[in-house]
Design a protein around this ligand. Structure first.
Ligand code: ARG
Length: 436
């Protein structure tokens, strides 16, 4: 599949001093328009690369035309802009929603899910352009470098990965100086003390005062979610309909993935839902503090879980919890394109066959709760659960069942005695007794 060396393209090679004219090596750079990747274009050019910039829209509401123009201005020989929103939701977010993936009980994985898609798209560009490498602006301390590099290893092992920020040893001030020296306009966002990443599934914010885990996040870090104190005094309700584990309707009306997630980010954000403050374990062994805003992710994960509660058999639900955790770790650790995900997904899909129905959520001043769930094929059966009229459960069957269920414990107590680790002592303490 590789274009390397084929089709009469320029072969990659090292630039040697003087003549003959250098063979130009071509690479595709993930370009955000920010300081790091703008400086990277120039730096890579100086290293002899022909740089193709690639920017993809995953729903971050950026001015893509401006970014594309800037890439060329800074020195890229071509600049691509692509719309990845639908593939992002359908190929990456939806399977993870079905899996119930939340990293370390907190993080719905927005950034982690975006990276393998960006890398996969860049690989397509690299093949189209006959490039021999892809490049990204990730630091050597984070998870994102792993996701880019491993995705490339999985999908295009013939491509080299170049990571200027890992190599150049410049700090922020050095980069600004470098930019000024080379006539690269320093973007306004450079003044922000925070590092952010954004896509439809959530917004990640780190650095600045957030590096002190004791410091409460200042109001300014939040841009998607309202401060609960400024939220409406009346609760908002949303009803999400699912078919086989995928959300298909909002408040009773059929809706596509993009409109649904966009709507839920807005509705949730207005009620202050989706703020997450997480000390997380990075793959490379550093603990870091990240703030997330993920209203749609939080609401959909809650709703999906509630529907599984009512439709999945007990044993499947319990085992699926383990799979969900494994899935989250796998995605976080950059193994989206891996045999493990293929295998886990086969399990997840099988579990979703009956996850069809509706869930109602109540949103109020920063919190959201499931207040109703129903499915035409729910395993919740009133005739079994009820304490009222219409009870069909045979209570006399319980005694024999429990006798067998407790047989092991009874035998242990009889043969080996004392089952608890320490003496329970006098639990009653001073107790009042009336009567003879
Ligand atoms: N910690 C998150 C992850 O590894 C987000 C990384 C990007 N965050 C950022 N603020 N730029 O998935």
């Amino acid at each position: 599949m590789s274009n390397r060396g084929g089709g009469g393209r320029a072969l990659p090679g090292r630039r040697s001093g003087g003549s003959p004219p250098p063979v130009v090596k071509k690479l595709v750079l993930a370009y955000s328009g920010g300081l790091d990747t703008s400086v990277a274009i120039r730096w890579l050019k100086d290293k002899g690369w022909d740089v193709i910039a690639f920017t993809v829209d995953l729903g971050e509401k950026k001015d893509l035309d401006a970014i594309q123009a800037r890439a060329l201005k800074v020195g890229a020989s071509a600049a691509y802009v692509a719309d990845g929103r639908i593939p992002f939701l359908e190929l990456f977010v939806w399977p993870s929603l079905q899996a119930g993936a939340v990293y370390e009980k907190e993080y719905p994985l927005a950034t982690a899910l975006g990276r393998p898609l960006i890398a996969a798209m860049m690989i397509e560009v690299a093949r189209r352009e006959g490039a021999s490498a892809i490049a990204h602006g990730c630091t050597g301390k984070g998870n994102d470098q792993v996701r880019f590099d491993v995705t490339t290893a999985a999908l295009a092992p013939e491509l080299e990965v170049v990571a200027p920020v890992r190599e150049w040893g410049m700090n922020r001030d050095d980069e600004i100086e470098y930019a000024n020296k080379h006539g690269i306009e320093v973007p306004a966002t450079t003044r922000s003390p925070y590092s952010t990443d954004e896509n439809l599934w959530g917004r990640s914010i780190e650095a600045g005062v957030l590096e002190d885990p004791w410091a409460e996040p200042p109001a300014e870090v939040y841009t998607w979610t309202r401060d609960p104190r400024q939220c409406p005094d009346e609760p908002a309700y949303v009803e999400v309909g699912f078919k086989e584990g995928l959300p298909v309707s909002l408040d009773g009306k059929a809706i596509g993935a993009l409109d649904l997630v966009t709507a839920l980010n807005k509705i949730g954000g207005e009620s202050g839902v989706g703020r997450i403050d997480h000390i997380e374990n990075r793959l490379i062994g550093i603990k870091s503090r990240e703030i997330y805003e993920a209203p749609a992710a939080v609401l959909l994960l809650q709703a999906h879980q509630a529907l599984e509660d009512i439709t999945l058999p007990k044993e499947v639900a319990r085992f699926k919890d383990l799979v969900a955790q494994q899935w989250a770790q796998m995605v976080y650790d950059g193994l989206w394109f891996s045999p493990l995900r293929d295998a886990l997904y086969a399990f997840v899909v099988e579990t979703q066959r009956h996850v069809t129905g509706d869930v109602r959520l109540k949103l109020f001043k920063g919190s959201s709760h499931v207040v109703g769930r129903k499915s035409p094929i729910q395993l919740y059966q009133l005739s079994l659960a009820t304490y009222g009229k219409g009870d069909v459960f045979d209570q006399s069957a319980a005694a024999g069942f429990i006798k067998l269920w407790g047989m092991g414990v009874r035998t242990s107590a009889q043969v080996q005695g004392r089952l608890h680790g320490r003496d329970l002592g006098n639990l009653l303490g001073k107790v009042k007794r009336l009567g003879k």
